[in-house]
Structures are given as C-alpha cells and as structure tokens.
Design a protein around this ligand. Structure first.
Ligand SMILES: CC(C)(COP(=O)(O)OP(=O)(O)OC[C@H]1O[C@@H](n2cnc3c(N)ncnc32)[C@H](O)[C@@H]1OP(=O)(O)O)[C@@H](O)C(=O)NCCC(=O)NCCS
Length: 262
C-alpha cells in the first residue's frame, strides 16, 4: 500500500493559509528480516526556521514505533541543521545527476553477440535475479522481488519498451530501466550488470542505450538518475558519460529511537 493511503504513515501541519509541512515514513525490510524506518519531510519555504523544522522532525518521528531503527533524508539546509540538533549526522549522500539529451556518444548495438531488447512479461524472474546479483544486500535496491516488480508493472509510468535487457552471447548480462516523469524528464530508474560481466563495457552501453531510448523514443531533452556518491563504479561511469550533479539527498543517522525525547 502506498504510504499516503495509510494515515499512520504520514503527517501534515497546516495554518490558516493551508498546509505548511508534510512528513512521511517508510519501512524497508532488511536481509536479516529487521525493519529499518526512514522519514522524509517537506516544509513551505516561509516556515524553514529552526523551531518549526524541529517541530516537523518531532512530529514525523512520532509516526515511528518506539525503539525502531530510523534514519531521515534531507534535501534542505534548514532540515540538515535540525537533524544535527537531534544528534544525527550524514551517513549517505545521493547525487542527482543530469545530462542534456541526446548525449553525443551513441551506443553501438549492432555488434555481434550484443543485443538490446525490451522487457517481456516472462522476464520478471530474470530481472529479479540480475538485480539481486548486481545490488547484493543494498538496503533498498537489493530486496526487489517478483511481487514488487509485478506491482511496479502496474504503475502508470511503467513502460516495457523502456526496460532494456542487454544480452551477451544469448545471456542477459544487465538491464536498464527507464522512467519518464510528468515534467518530461527521463530517468534512468535502475541499472544493474551481473557481476560476472562487470568492467567489460556493458554498463556504459546500457546507460547510453537507455538515454538514447529516452531521447529518441520518448522525446526527453533531459536525462537524470540518482546515485550513491560512495558507489565508485557508478559515479565513474556517469561522470564518463557526462552526467553532472544537480542536487543531493542526504541520509542522516545513526539510528534514532522515538523515545529520545526531542
Ligand atoms: C555501475 C555498474 C553498472 C557498472 O557496470 P560495468 O559494466 O562494470 O561498467 P563498464 O565496464 O561499462 O565501465 C564503464 C565506465 O564506468 C567506470 N567504472 C566502471 N567500474 C569502475 C570502478 N570499479 N571504479 C571506478 N570507475 C569504474 C569507468 O569510467 C568505466 O570506463 P573505463 O572502462 O573506460 O574506465 C556495475 O558496477 C553495477 O551493476 N553495479 C551494481 C549496481 C549499481 O550500482 N547500479 C547503479 C546504481 S545508481
């Protein structure tokens, strides 16, 4: 169920002019079956002062069960400062990288032994297994299962033509999943290469094929993606293709418990 359909998963603060803050919590089941809670908030620009930011953090933390392992995401300096007042510090930084489309370097997809094809309904298990091999125990990305894939396939943005599979010698070596947003920007939503094919140029070709699809088939003039700045292979790859950072989303931890009192 989408968190916004569950009143226990989100909060809202309003004044006489309307909504000035919202907060939402999400759960992530980890490989060891423990549950990690994350929270995000949005605050009206006029309300981004310390006392109000602290109130919003308190309210959103009240949605988390006492004692749960929790971290918060921030994209604004006023929230960074508030989270630091709550004793949290940055443990992860995600970079939003973007590039103007089309990119100059186009992938060569006609080489013998290398095939790009679209996703078919019977590819669900293949997608799950390559994703698991590529992402391992990554907290969010590693847990993709067939149920989640099937649920994503029902999303309005899902486009089987834009979920590209890359085969080498008849074996699926990696995938590039694209997503077009309402504002017309095209996202590389997820990309993974089976580790046995790493460092062979597949990742570069996959990203370029995805960006080419977004530009030529979907008419996108901007391509973007989110990447963990600690992911050196991915950062190196995107930098080499010409993507540059346009914003950041930072995770603050260590785990808070809702009983810490502030
Ligand atoms: C990131 C990933 C897709 C790269 O795939 P790959 O097929 O190994 O990459 P390529 O062989 O095409 O390498 C292309 C470029 O990426 C960069 N790169 C690749 N591996 C790298 C590494 N270990 N360290 C630094 N840069 C690296 C280099 O710039 C490289 O160009 P070069 O070979 O000319 O130096 C792959 O490591 C992967 O699937 N990782 C796990 C899933 C993941 O992190 N997805 C991205 C999430 S945003």
């Amino acid at each position: 169920m989408n968190a916004l359909h569950n009143p226990e998963r989100w909060m809202m603060i309003a004044d006489e002019d309307g909504v000035v803050a919202v907060g939402v919590v999400a759960t992530h089941r980890q490989r060891d079956s423990s549950v990690h809670w994350t929270f995000e908030t949005a605050v009206d620009r006029s309300m981004r002062f310390p006392a109000f930011e602290d109130k919003v953090v308190s309210e959103v933390l009240a949605l988390v069960p006492p004692g749960a392992e929790t971290s918060g995401w921030s994209r604004r300096p006023s929230l960074d400062a508030s989270l630091e007042r709550f004793g949290l510090s940055v443990v992860r930084s995600l970079s939003e990288m973007a590039v103007t489309l089309p990119v100059e370097s186009s992938p060569t997809v006609t080489e013998q032994d290398f095939l790009v094809r679209r996703f078919n309904d019977d590819d669900v298990e293949t997608l799950v297994s390559i994703n698991a091999a590529a992402f391992g125990d990554h907290r969010e990305a590693g847990s993709l299962d067939s149920e989640e894939v099937e649920s994503l396939m029902l999303e309005s943005w899902f486009d089987a033509e834009g979920l590209l599979f890359h085969e080498v010698g008849g074996v699926v070596a990696g995938f590039c999943w694209t997503k077009v947003h309402d504002n017309g920007e095209g996202e590389i939503y997820r990309i993974g290469v089976d580790p046995q094919f790493h460092s062979a140029g597949i990742g570069r070709r996959i990203v370029l094929a995805g960006l080419e699809y977004l530009a030529t088939k979907r008419g996108c003039s901007t391509g973007f993606l989110w990447v963990d700045e600690a992911n050196a292979p991915a950062m190196g790859l995107y930098d080499a293709i010409g993507l540059t950072t346009r914003s950041r989303n930072r995770e603050f931890s260590p785990a808070l418990t809702t009983s810490h009192g502030r």
